[in-house]
Design a protein around this ligand. Structure first.
Ligand SMILES: [Zn+2]
Length: 143
């Protein structure tokens, strides 16, 4: 079953609570309920970041330590949270330094080196697919 955000009713992605505990600001850690699974609202226009299944715990972006890259006003837009590499740096590496693939980006920006994705990435997953998306988009713009 697909989980929908309690506020905007758009789709969400499952996230482990260990990720949520790591990314929520210290002042709001008390709002995290002891549950295995949280959800991340994927709607770029919605302020909700994390919530749990019963919606007892809804954490908006003001309560999270890092900007969520796909939310409309994220600044900076980190793609690789482990090494603090932004969307802008990846696009720049493609357009100005001739990067064409993940390997090039890894060498030029340091993205995906020594990743602790479960703790640092808002989805708790490797940023590789998003890096790839960003490269493809930049290559298209460049042509
Ligand atoms: Zn939402």
């Amino acid at each position: 079953m697909e989980e929908k955000c309690p506020i905007c009713h758009q789709i969400s992605e499952k996230v482990k609570s260990i990720t949520v505990k790591h990314l929520v600001s210290d002042n709001f850690l008390g709002e995290i309920v002891n549950e295995e699974t949280y959800y991340l609202c994927m709607n770029e226009n919605c302020d909700v970041v994390y919530y749990n299944l019963n919606n007892e715990s809804i954490l908006d972006k003001k309560k999270v330590k890092v900007p969520i890259w796909f939310k409309g006003d994220a600044n900076p837009k980190y793609i690789c949270y482990c090494n603090k590499v932004t969307e802008e740096q990846i696009i720049n590496a493609v357009i100005n330094q001739g990067a064409k693939n993940i390997n090039d980006i890894n060498k030029l920006t340091g993205a995906m080196k020594n990743g602790k994705c479960m703790l640092n990435n808002p989805l708790g997953k490797c940023c590789g697919p998003i890096v790839l998306q960003t490269i493809k988009r930049a290559l298209q713009t460049n042509n």
